[in-house]
Design a binder for this molecule. Structure first.
Ligand code: NAP
Length: 547
């Protein structure tokens, strides 16, 4: 690779450090990009992260109960290094946050990544200069740096959604958002606590808070389906088998939507109602995501099958929750799985405790917060601590917060005012040489994030090599390609039941956010497409000679 790395670039005021690539983010995506671009390609790279250390979402989301809620920990790690796979011991199938963070820290040590990352530094601005074909970033300390390539690995779930209920700022107790959890322990001992939000984070944090709080009020807007996680220790022999089979498993993950598991080939119509119920029961006992991927074909597309599974899960909630009135409030009605599936560790059982109450915000909305509590239409709930498990302005939110200025100084907020137009979930017309990892329209959370980042970074390499081989200075996708990509991503989603739910997948959790399906649902097809585009010489892109 002959991309040259200058060291300092004189400007009108002071010398600005110049790199081949600047990476924003030191989570799973950004760390891999740093390793790949720096160590595999020999580029000069500088990374920035607002956090004080590596880990991204796993650095921030350290609320009690936070753990992997995906099929199995060994597949929620990087796949590229056999040595890393061999040496790491995942303790549980759904490892807890501190174990995932320890893994990411180990990766940072092993590949000596921290020396090129500037922590505690938020990138507050990024501008493309058409004359120099460079991006210049500015940080919250006023520092600037410039690079030919800007890689935004800034997190699909980063910008915390904080509801602005009347009076919330006057509440005198502590307020903690699950996505910005303090590093010092938070004690709930003897406290009256309210949790708003019953998504993945709420379902994980609620049972933990209930264990020690004097009283817990769960303020629920939408009841959720949650499947038993059935977390268990991972035996050394099982890990050894994975290590031995790793290259086949990795290939299989790439082919099968991120996880090396076969999905069910059973057609529901070939089975009687009773046989199907038996199968649901088996999947329930196996726990994890089995109900969704292993019961029958068509869970996300076949309305009747989906409703039958939805009803099965509702019956499990009814059987678990002692008080029928509370159980009624916990009944979800949207199609199963069309909001992010939740794995639970005793969530529904928590409502059988004497110190836990459920408020259905659809019946009794929040009117206001006071100094000492929250008032819903059914009365005042005195609280000492408020926990916001209210999620994120997902996928597009962090790019909009960065708000890079592309050609002609156009801010992304202007370009994305109505739709999050981009091509391949990675490139944006008008923003040359900028690459997103896990951007809108890429598989993101519908695939395994670490492997997804590895594959997307490999594609970035092919872009950079293409430029270098032909002595080109910039590449940029076209608006026509963006429209086609939007049609493809939306078209796939529209063939499923996903758009029926008001989920963050649809942007429906943030008031005023454009409603648009935010992920590519067929990871294997997506990554094939990346390869095809590169092999065809990037037909949907325009190029400029290097200046
Ligand atoms: P979420 O799924 O968006 O859930 C947010 C919850 O807050 C929902 O119940 C939502 O209700 C509620 N809410 C939002 N605004 C509200 C308001 N103004 N008033 C009342 N309720 C409000 O967020 P999350 O639970 O943080 O999870 C986000 C994603 O992070 C997950 O889907 C998952 O992909 C990931 N995650 C992963 C793990 C893991 O262990 N791997 C753990 C946690 C999260 P509505 O449903 O009505 O919008």
């Amino acid at each position: 690779m002959v991309i040259t790395s200058e060291t300092a670039h004189a400007t009108s005021d002071k010398a600005i450090a110049t790199y081949d690539a600047i990476i924003i983010g030191a989570g799973f995506g950004g760390l891999y990009a740093l390793h790949h671009l720096r160590d595999q390609m020999g580029l000069s790279v500088r990374s920035f992260d607002g956090a004080s250390d590596v880990g991204g979402t796993w650095w921030y989301n350290r609320y009690p109960g936070a753990r992997v809620d995906a099929p199995s920990s060994p597949f929620y790690g990087y796949t590229f290094s056999q040595e890393l796979v061999d040496e790491w011991v995942w303790p549980e199938t759904q490892s807890k946050q501190s174990d995932v963070l320890a893994y990411i820290e180990h990766v940072a040590d092993k590949f000596d990544l921290r020396k090129d990352i500037q922590f505690d530094t938020f990138v507050t601005d990024a501008r493309y200069d058409e004359d120099t074909q460079h991006w210049t970033i500015e940080t919250d300390s006023g520092e600037r740096a410039t690079a030919r390539f800007l890689v935004c690995a800034i997190g699909a779930l980063f910008v915390a959604n904080k509801p602005d209920y009347p009076g919330i700022d006057d509440f005198a107790g502590d307020i903690h958002h699950t996505g910005r959890w303090p590093h010092e322990p938070v004690s709930f001992e003897g406290k009256r606590v309210a949790v708003i939000g019953t998504g993945s984070s709420g379902v994980q944090v609620v049972p933990e808070i209930a264990k020690t709080a004097d009283h817990l009020t769960v303020l629920q807007r939408t009841p959720q389906y949650a499947l038993p996680a059935r977390n268990k220790p991972l035996a050394e022999e099982e890990l050894d088998q994975y290590r031995k089979d790793w290259s086949e498993l990795r290939a299989s993950m790439r082919k099968r939507g991120g996880w090396p598991f076969r999905t069910s080939k059973l057609a529901p119509a070939d089975h009687t109602f009773d046989e199907r119920q038996e199968r649901y029961e088996e999947m329930w006992e196996r726990g994890g995501m089995h109900m969704a991927i292993n019961s029958f074909t068509g869970v996300y597309t076949d309305e009747d099958l989906n409703e039958e599974i939805s009803e099965f899960v509702r019956s499990k909630i009814r059987a678990t929750v002692n008080d029928p009135e509370t159980a009624d409030k916990l009944m979800p009605s949207y199609p199963f799985g069309t909001k992010r599936l939740i794995l639970d560790n005793g969530y529904f059982e928590t409502f059988n405790r004497d110190n836990v109450a459920l408020v259905d915000l659809r019946e009794n909305p929040i009117e206001e917060f006071t100094k000492t509590g929250v008032r819903t239409t059914d009365g005042e709930h005195p609280i000492d601590i408020l926990v916001l498990a209210t999620g994120f302005d997902a996928v597009s939110g962090s790019m909009l917060k960065l708000n890079p200025k592309g050609r002609g100084g156009v801010p992304l907020k202007e370009k994305w005012a109505e739709r999050f137009d981009n091509n391949l979930g990675m490139t944006i017309a008008g923003y040359p040489n900028l690459f997103m990892i896990h951007g809108p329209g890429s598989p993101g959370v519908f695939f395994t994030m670490p492997l997804g980042a590895e594959l997307q970074t490999a594609w970035i390499e092919s872009c950079l090599r293409h430029l270098d081989d032909a002595n080109l200075g910039s590449m940029e996708t076209t608006e026509e390609a963006e429209a086609n990509w939007d049609a493809e991503v939306t078209g796939i989603a529209n063939r499923t039941l996903y758009p029926r739910a008001d989920s963050w997948y649809m942007g429906a959790n943030i008031p005023g956010k454009p409603r648009q399906f935010l992920g590519h649902l067929i990871g294997s097809r997506y990554f094939d497409r990346l390869t095809e585009v590169a092999e065809a010489g990037f037909p949907d892109f325009t190029f400029e000679d290097r200046r």
